[in-house]
Write a protein that binds this ligand. Sequence first.
Ligand SMILES: N[C@@H](CCC(=O)N[C@@H](CS)C(=O)NCC(=O)O)C(=O)O
Length: 223
Amino acid sequence: MIVLYDFAPSPFCIKVRAILEHKQVPYERRDIRGPAWLALRRRSPTGLVPALDVDGRLVTDSTDIARLLEARHPEPAILPSDAEDLARCRVLEDWADESLYWYGLYLRWQEPEGCRTARSAFPAGTRAALTWWVGRGARQRLQGQGLGRKPVETVLRDLDVLLGDVETLLGDDWLLGDTPWLCDFALASQLFYLSRTPRGGEVVAALPGLVAYLERFRALRGR
Ligand SMILES: N[C@@H](CCC(=O)N[C@@H](CS)C(=O)NCC(=O)O)C(=O)O
């Protein structure tokens, strides 16, 4: 039995759900906006989502979860067998998870229009308190990381250049050719996350190659 501790809008949870669905692995979702949060905090060393309970063993971090799923359910593969492609896949996955993520976090929790729409992720009864608490935590992390100290115009300018570069790298394909690898699951999930903010949505919509890539990714999940 596989149980996913999940927070629907999280890009890392989107990534793990997409991998589970691509590999057609049955799983149960536990939404952490309910009592599952306390259960997770009791069991998890990090308290972060996604967390996957596999036969009673809890695995955290989307990269470790992806590797575990690849070992248990090798088909379709999400890690290339060629050593150079595997190295490229790791570097690109890490860039999406650890760098691109901050742009989405900024546009959701620091940019005022993003903050207003982020509220809808929480249930009505606890909306005000959770929006305040999660938003404060996100802005503190953004300050520590550094992106949160930059004005929104600079962040949007840099994001536009970066995503233009990603569009150039993609062409009409996946990041490393004709197969979607783990780096694509990481990149597409971060792109979904940031494109669901008002300002991030504008940046992505202006890049037709990225819009087409996200459509290809959606189609992959729908198969
Ligand atoms: N590197 C981790 C990042 C996970 C992460 O940052 N999760 C966020 C949601 S997007 C979280 O659980 N935040 C709750 C908290 O900070 O307490 C992964 O790949 O899974």
